[in-house]
Design a protein around this ligand. Structure first.
Ligand SMILES: NC(=O)C1=CN([C@@H]2O[C@H](COP(=O)(O)OP(=O)(O)OC[C@H]3O[C@@H](n4cnc5c(N)ncnc54)[C@H](OP(=O)(O)O)[C@@H]3O)[C@@H](O)[C@H]2O)[C@@H](O)CC1
Ligand SMILES: Nc1ncnc2c1ncn2[C@@H]1O[C@H](COP(=O)(O)OP(=O)(O)O)[C@@H](O)[C@H]1O
Ligand SMILES: [Mg+2]
Length: 274
């Protein structure tokens, strides 16, 4: 297992070519946020926008439209209960993030199934939060796409069947191979199991232990994978940046809010581009 260092940032975050436009930096679709968990998809969206993804569209419950527009005028918003909108917008994305605040109701399941039926082999699909729980509980068949799972330890227990106490590298890697794609197993020391090897993130702080921290990471992984060509490096850089920014803030703060990490992203990425 390789320990991540700040080298992953300069290996991944590219100086932007002059001759470019918003389309150069990827289209991200974020799907989630039911009528209870609007904050989760709001933070994921904000994280993707602040990571620099060129075009961001959020598919959510209509009850979140006003707050999303008020907070994030840069993002487009659509209704995830409309099958036609969901299908059209997901098909047009480079990267799709599904799960933050999606919930586990019949409606949540319907949205998830529609996304799974729509994504194609060349698209990156980040499966987070409630989407992981639904895949596990309903034994859903996974789509043919570039899959990135971002479970915390309990979500990984649900998905992999491995109890938290038994989540060894060997057992985790075996299930990752069966699932395909990449697994970001989040904890106080997040591990990333990728097709080319496994990685340990020793950055990060207990000041991060607050709701919405993982929703923010899912949005960052969305923004990074949409912009940077090497998909594994994009995941690794997002995980490392999320923790490294928190470490900087925690030098002077007892708790670090997800939105504070998000707002540091443009400056942090500026300082580590190469
Ligand atoms: N503002 C918003 O809108 C927010 C909306 N959110 C949305 O809520 C949805 C549900 O997601 P969820 O993570 O809150 O609930 P669930 O999947 O039941 O997991 C919790 C259970 O797992 C256990 N556990 C064990 N190890 C763990 C670990 N390392 N890390 C974390 N938990 C661990 C834990 O144990 P305990 O805390 O009891 O010790 C507990 O029993 C999801 O869509 C998410 O996006 C949230 O993001 C919050 C902000
Ligand atoms: N003690 C800790 N030290 C470092 N990072 C932590 C700690 N506790 C939580 N985190 C990080 O916070 C995030 C929590 O994700 P998750 O449980 O999905 O949050 P949520 O669903 O509430 O957004 C993960 O990235 C995890 O690594
Ligand atoms: Mg989560």
């Amino acid at each position: 297992m390789q320990t991540l260092t700040d080298e992953i940032l300069s290996q991944t975050i590219r100086i932007r070519p002059k001759e470019s436009h918003k389309g150069t930096y990827g289209r991200v679709c974020l799907v989630g946020g039911n009528d209870h968990f609007g904050g989760a998809i709001l933070m994921a969206t904000e994280a993707s926008v602040y990571s620099g993804a060129g075009l961001n569209t959020t598919l959510t419950d209509p009850s979140n439209f006003v707050s999303l527009h008020a907070r994030m005028p840069e993002a487009m918003v659509a209704d995830f209960t409309s099958q036609a909108e969901l299908t059209e917008l997901v098909a047009a994305a480079n990267t799709v993030v599904i799960g933050p605040g999606l919930g586990t109701t019949t409606q949540s399941l319907h949205v998830l199934q529609t996304v799974f039926n729509t994504v194609a082999h060349n698209q990156t699909l980040i499966v987070d939060g409630s989407a992981i729980t639904l895949v596990a509980d309903k034994s859903l068949q996974l789509p043919d796409a570039q899959l990135i799972f971002t479970p915390h330890q309990m979500e990984w227990q649900r998905l992999s069947g491995i109890k938290i106490a038994d989540q060894t590298d060997e057992a985790n890697e075996k299930v990752r191979r069966e699932l395909g794609g990449t697994v970001v197993l989040k904890s106080h020391q997040t591990k990333i199991y990728a097709p080319n090897g496994s990685y340990l993130n020793t950055a990060g702080t207990p000041a991060q232990a607050t709701g919405g921290m993982g929703d923010t990471l899912a949005g960052m992984i969305g923004g990074f994978t949409a912009q940077f060509a090497d998909q594994t490096n994009a995941v690794l850089a997002a995980v490392y940046a999320h923790s490294a920014i928190a470490d900087e803030l925690a030098e002077h703060q007892y708790v670090v809010l997800p939105t504070q990490i998000i707002h540091q992203l443009p400056q942090f990425m500026h300082d580590h581009q190469a």
